[in-house]
Design a protein around this ligand. Structure first.
Ligand code: 4NP
Length: 150
């Protein structure tokens, strides 16, 4: 099993969206038995809560159901439980790097820059974030498939 984790601040907007989109792509590729997808927040303010209603709505509009997800906080054991850990922005990356044991495999979600925090934004911000995440998830899955000969 290959374990993939997306990390953002509160685990209610960006990383749950990435989790939902990525899991759907994995299912569409027939790889559910090979790839486990999860998400977490570097902060614990929203632990136990469902994703933000706006993120749920935009995902649903794209036939991705994230309504059953519940926020949880990143924990040290995640560094070894997941082969792929993607930080949605530089702030998350810095926090993870500070906590990481030597050799932990961390990467930015985007190759160039941050997925902006839509929390204080409007529906357009959530839509833009969704599009960004959907495009990048396809690339990441293709790379993981190739790297692991799936
Ligand atoms: P997320 O968005 O990191 O994409 O889930 C945020 C959600 C909540 C907060 C910040 C960002 N917050 O500060 O509570």
């Amino acid at each position: 099993m290959i374990n993939v984790l997306f990390v953002c601040t509160g685990n209610i907007c960006r990383s749950p969206t990435a989790e939902g989109v990525f899991r759907q792509l994995v299912a569409d590729a027939g790889l559910t038995a090979h790839i486990r997808t999860a998400s977490a927040g570097v902060e614990s303010y929203h632990v136990g809560e469902p994703p933000d209603a706006r993120a749920i709505e935009i995902a649903a509009h794209n036939d991705v159901d994230i309504s059953g997800q519940r926020a949880h906080a990143f924990k040290p054991a995640d560094f070894t439980a997941f082969e792929y850990i993607y930080a949605m922005d530089e702030g998350h990356m810095r926090i993870l790097q500070r906590r990481a044991p030597a050799g932990a495999k961390l990467a930015m979600f985007l190759e160039d820059g941050d997925v902006p925090d839509p929390w204080y934004g409007n529906m357009k911000d959530f839509n833009d974030v969704y599009a960004m995440i959907a495009e990048r998830c396809q690339q990441l899955l293709a790379a993981i498939v190739e790297e692991n000969n799936l």
